[in-house]
Design a protein around this ligand. Sequence first.
Ligand code: ATP
Length: 362
Amino acid sequence: MKIVLDHLTKKFISRHNKNEIVTAVNDFDFEIPDGKLVGLLGPSGCGKSTTLNLICGLETPTSGRIFFGDLDVTELPPESRGVGMVFQNYALYPHLSVRQNILFPLENLKGDQKLSKEVMEQKALEAARLVQIDSLMERKPNELSGGQQQRVAIARALVKTPGVLLLDEPLSNLDARLRLQTREQIRRIQKETNITTIFVTHDQEEAMSISDLIVVMSAGVLQQMGKPQDVYNEPVNLFVAKFLGTPAINVFEGCIKDRGLYIGEDLIGHRDIEDQEVYVGIRPEAFDPDQNGPFRCRFDRVETTGRDTSIVCHNDHCISDEDVRAIVSADEPIAHKDGIIRFSLKQNKVHVFSKKDEKVIR
Ligand code: ATP
């Protein structure tokens, strides 16, 4: 089922100041294709949960429409939308077993939607199998790990075979290892069921690793939507460039002079644009240590974490929060002379942004 957000806006009266209006979602106008897993990504307070709540019907838009396929669902109550929802805090019933928790939404069906006991049991078992907790059906939630509890919550959301599955920070309460495992499970379940799924997270790595498409938002405004790798490779503005990637992109003050791209005195590339001050974003993997390279930094140290070797150095024009960080291959010789290390730069990993509006200049 495709989801269309048609100029969707949600405003609230500020919780802190009754005279202030907060625009949590500002004119969202995009389509989520059928059968895809879409990661909704952005910093805290950017409007991710509000977007999910609008889609499932827990919030009413201030303006705009929502369509599921061709059906306008804007006025439909949540229970008529066919949406499965999973929250961060699993919200399982502690006194009910896994089986009873999964059965719960089916037992509450009314009128001609009511199912026989056998059909309900069958559906609960199928959902449990899908999330691989069918061997734990008689356990209570407190006898399960966090990851297992979250899978029960997903089974409960899937048992009514929803057309749309919404996951609001479903991995936040899990430790690092379980997060990895559970996110792979979510990917597998989504592929097997082919249910259009929206996954909210503030963790860019999580979104990038499992999503078909990511939607990056900031302060209620859509910044960029696309395949994770495309958005990473071709960010439309400085915010997106900084938000995606660990370690983060290195940002410098630079300028264009006679088609040359400069950071300080160093001519690091060429751009066919008029003279101006710019921001230059250089991905950590863009740096190649090279004794004849054009870009000079003051060497500080080498750090090795797992497979990555980082060269940490300084440059007076760097405006990132941290030092300049270059990720290089462990086999690469790292030569520095009089405290200066030189790099050549992979040009497709160097992005130039306007100083006026921070949009990319290609
Ligand atoms: P987080 O990652 O912290 O959950 P989020 O990206 O999900 O954040 P939202 O919870 O959607 O962000 O909130 C977006 C903005 O709208 C915030 O400024 C928030 O304070 C405001 N907001 C959300 N719900 C309400 C409400 N019911 N009343 C007033 N303001 C609200």
